[in-house]
Design a protein around this ligand. Structure first.
Ligand SMILES: [Zn+2]
Length: 125
């Protein structure tokens, strides 16, 4: 995933702030989801992540906002809750991304980058 130094710093800062949220910091990858990541490989996880974002978050009007991301079942879902990229409501609250239009390419790239960064950090624990 290509992100520049400014974006990397922004992501690092956001992850620090998210860690201070009791709710956001309560999400972790359990053993079986870590094993899933290892089995699939990060490039496959990145593809899944891209598909979820494109299908469930990017379109406008948004379908069932706040309910489109399950609380379990895939490492990306867990990462989305941990990083507040689970729905358009959370994206607006945490990242000031407007809800009343489709996501832009740069926003999709950023969302994917913060999700993958969170998963990488979890995998290193
Ligand atoms: Zn949400």
């Amino acid at each position: 995933m290509e992100i520049n130094e400014i974006q990397r710093k922004y992501i690092e800062n956001k992850l620090k702030i998210l860690e201070q949220s009791k709710f956001r910091s309560s999400f972790h990858l359990k053993k079986e989801l870590k094993e899933y990541v290892t089995k699939k490989g990060m490039s496959q996880i990145e593809r899944h992540c891209h598909d979820f974002i494109i299908q469930k978050l990017a379109p406008y009007p948004t379908i069932k906002d706040g309910k489109q991301t399950p609380m379990k079942g895939h490492p990306v879902f867990i990462a989305q809750h941990a990083t507040a990229t689970c729905c358009r409501g959370c994206l607006k609250k945490w990242y000031k991304i407007p809800k009343d239009r489709p996501l832009q390419d740069r926003e999709i790239k950023f969302i994917e980058a913060i999700i993958i960064e969170w998963i990488n950090k979890e995998m290193a624990k």
